[in-house]
Write a new protein. Sequence first.
Lengths: 155, 247
Amino acid sequence: MDDTLVALFLSAPKELAGDLRWSEYPNRTQVGVAVVTSDAVAVGQTLAVVLAVRERRWAFKLKAGAHRALEWNLIPEGEVRRHFNRCPRPPGFPVEDRSPIHEHVWIDGRKLSCPVEGLALSSHREVFHAFCKRANIDPKDAYTQPTETQLTLRR
Amino acid sequence: MISATELAQRVSRLLDAEVETATFDDRISLLTPAEYPDGGGVVVFVEPYGNGFLVSDRGTTEASLVGYVNERRLSESAANLAHRFGVRFEQGRVEATCTNDELEETCWRVALAAAAIGAADAFLRPPRSENTFARLVADALSEGARVERNRRLSGASGHEHRVSIFLPKTHTIIEPIGGEEAWRTARLVYAEFGDLSQVNGYRFHAVLDDRSEPGRLEDEERLLVQKGQVARWSDHGRWLAGLVSGN
């Protein structure tokens, strides 16, 4: 999707219709899905992905129809990670992003990555609500917890 | 269990490139030089398994694709891709077991397989653009006519076709054509129109999705005009009213 359309989609007021409904995938991955509406018309989906076998391995995705609009990923603090942002890069996107909590946006079909601050200690619910706020989505009472407890790792 | 430092040294020596590691419990995560097509570095995880090791992506590759690809097709393709690299794709994980001697090479093979599977979103994306376009066409038609979606009609072969849009009043079949698999769709519609043309006086229309690029889908147009009428969505102001009224 054209990046101007992505920006318009993100800035438009939206809300969630119904609860985040969880289903099981292989490898103890759980996916919660809720429909995103604007003026009562379904315009997209938000997905929450949780890997039960990984501590704080969370993803939050927003799709506009079949197109990717926004994604947040969280991995445990201290785990190795790297994402190269290929040229051309808009301001705010480093050449290399190593942040455990980060945002992905798609510009001209390229997936770019930049850090998201201030969520290191937040709960799954809090991050979900922060994600909705970033995407201009009113979450209403849609949040429900994943059904399986995540593994906790020790360093 | 091998130390993270020793693992990093051995993999670095094999690849002649720097790698990074981190340790959690008895598990080592290894950031390899392999890259997903989107620019992300592939991380593999090493943990003890019997007398050797289990090396896997712990499901992270599949999790990154959830919602973006057709999961059933991903599972089939991922298993084939993993096999080519001498590893497995099972229960959403790219993985392999190995002895201590095979460890660094196994790490690299799992990483390469994960990177290849990560490219799946380029070719396993659900073909939803056609569905969206079909809805657009159906909605436009429904303002002036009764529209049935996915109506089943039997052809001369006996095969039951599911037509995208059917206008019962005028027995008109409308098939929207577009998206990434437009030619494939057009071939199926060609067969559908041919088969159904032998059993009834249906009227056949194909509507080409040229919203993103006017003038595209010329091959599809030349194919389908042999079996019915072909219209471009960019011209719908001219033909839509006639299709609705049956004139």
